[in-house]
Design a protein around this ligand. Structure first.
Ligand code: THU
Length: 129
């Protein structure tokens, strides 16, 4: 599938406008392409109980499932100011579950597969049958 990365990055910045981030002040948006060509979006949703805040990737995971499921093939994460943000460690694991090792991620080092940004990942294949 041909990925329009500039368009995906723009959608991530736009999604950050929906963020609820009164504590950190960092508005985060994420945009993903699904294997059927769908676009899914997420934004961070913080909480007064700080540790309960949701990263943008987590809310995107919900939107992926609510809008028909499928596998993520490409993901871009940006701040509202347009800066590239690398998904945190927990979010890499969330993305790995839904996109697997071949899902592409926009990183400061270029567009890389999940297998490079979460090497030797724990995944569904490690669970007993
Ligand atoms: N954040 C995300 O939404 N995604 C990430 O991958 C990294 C961090 C959010 C969580 C918190 O609301 C804010 O950025 C500051 O850490």
């Amino acid at each position: 599938m041909n990925i329009d990365w500039d368009a995906l990055r723009t959608r991530a910045v736009e999604a950050a406008a929906s963020a609820y981030a009164p504590y950190s002040g960092l508005h985060v948006g994420v945009a993903g392409i699904v294997d059927d060509g769908r676009l899914v979006l997420g934004c961070n949703v913080e909480n007064a109980s700080y540790g309960l805040g949701l990263c943008a990737e987590c809310t995107m995971a919900g939107q992926l499932r609510l809008s028909g499921g499928g596998r993520l093939v490409a993901v871009a994460c940006r701040s509202g100011a347009g800066d590239l943000l690398m998904p945190c460690g927990r979010c890499r694991q969330v993305l790995y579950e839904l996109g697997g090792p071949e899902c592409l991620v926009d990183t400061p080092s270029g567009i890389l597969p999940m297998s490079s940004v979460l090497p030797d990942a724990f995944g569904p294949e490690h669970l007993p049958a």
